[in-house]
Design a protein around this ligand. Structure first.
Ligand SMILES: *Cc1c(COP(=O)(O)O)cnc(C)c1O
Length: 347
């Protein structure tokens, strides 16, 4: 018997396998390091009304309504998914045929490139501009079926200027996917462009600022026509009963808590930047809840930190940047421990 043969494009897809070493301080995933918001935590402790032996809502209408209210759009403009990863993956399948291109500014979210390849699409990276902003004309010149803009960008943290974003959104020929996984930490949202942009999809998530990464609730905001197409490619039961319950509680009662932690994260991020500079580490500009620090050898620095109980994201040979580490921002005591440990390790 001959072995089953995977699709050739998969040979270029790395396995997403973050280091599983348990640590005392995990700063590698940009999640909310203050924890789960209080109303969501209470909802998770209550008994479930929905029975887990039956399926969740195929279309979680109440959740779509709450997300719509939160974003200032109509419920027909909301698609939900098992994390925003799921919405991004579905959008790549729905709006590009195999062999077509996905344009993006590199380096960006590693899963975007993997999802493109898994869906048989061609990754079409373009460089960022010298000032760290996206280069709208370089993106538009790829004439891709899908143009992806991560705002703020992971892993660099840099924000995208409203002018550059508007230029891409108003001129792109295919779908423009704006990934706002860290939108709560940044300035104006691309959601404001939706009324004028029939080909715009903005993806957001409850995994980062909303502190619910383990429950896997993400969503997309777009014109109803785009949402209807995404509904076709979405599997039927992507948001599970616990995720739906916690998300509803968080959207109803935790928005103030989330805003408070976001403001704190921004203050601490800038304080951390200054503390790192005294160690000779210069972080890239950040509009998110993490800092990207170019270093000569990220693998050895990552190993040294891991040996002292701290996990950071190790980034190798980023285009235009080189090696770097990415660290999530959390309560100041956690950041102090990072700075103290870095001081020891770099000595
Ligand atoms: C974390 C992250 C996501 C996805 O998060 P989900 O948990 O799947 O919602 C999407 N995009 C970027 C840039 C991220 O960093």
């Amino acid at each position: 018997m001959s072995p089953a043969r995977p699709r050739p494009a998969l040979s270029a897809v790395p396995l997403y396998a973050p280091d599983p070493t348990p640590v005392e301080l995990d700063l590698s995933d940009n999640v909310n390091l203050w924890g789960v918001p209080p109303a969501a935590a209470r909802a998770l402790r209550e008994p479930l009304e929905a029975k887990p032996n039956v399926y969740p809502h195929s279309d979680p209408v109440a959740l779509r309504e709450a997300l719509a209210r939160n974003a200032g759009v109509s419920p027909a403009q909301v698609i939900t998914g098992c994390g925003s990863d799921d919405v991004i993956d579905g959008a790549l399948r729905a709006f590009a045929a195999p062999g077509e291109a996905v344009a993006y500014s590199a380096p960006t979210f590693s899963m975007l490139v993997s999802f493109a390849r898994v869906n048989g699409l061609e990754p079409a990276p373009v460089p960022f501009r010298g000032d760290g902003d996206i280069d709208p004309d370089a993106l538009l010149a790829r004439r891709a079926a899908i143009t992806y803009v991560c705002s703020p960008n992971n892993p660099t943290g840099t924000g995208v200027s409203p002018a550059a974003l508007e230029r891409v959104v108003s001129r792109a020929e295919g779908l423009v996917l704006v990934d706002e996984a860290y939108g709560e930490y940044a300035g104006p949202s691309a959601v404001a462009l939706l009324p004028r942009a029939p080909q715009l999809l903005v993806t957001r998530t409850l995994s980062k600022a909303f502190g619910l990464a383990g429950l896997r609730v993400g969503y997309g905001l777009a014109a109803p026509e785009v949402v209807q197409v995404l509904e076709k490619v979405r599997g039927p039961y992507k948001v599970n009963v616990l995720g739906e319950k916690a998300a509803l509680a968080a959207l109803a009662e935790d928005v103030g808590w989330v805003r408070g932690r976001v403001a704190e994260a921004i203050t601490i991020r800038d304080r951390l930047r200054a503390a790192l500079e005294t160690l000779g580490l210069r972080a890239l500009p950040s509009a998110a809840n993490f800092l990207c620090l170019p270093v000569p050898d990220s693998a050895s620095l990552g190993r040294a930190l891991l040996g002292r109980g701290i996990k950071v994201r190790v980034l190798r040979a980023l285009p235009g940047i080189g090696d770097a580490i990415r660290v999530g921002v959390g309560p100041w005591e956690q950041m102090e421990r990072l700075v103290t440990t870095l001081r020891e390790v770099l000595r």
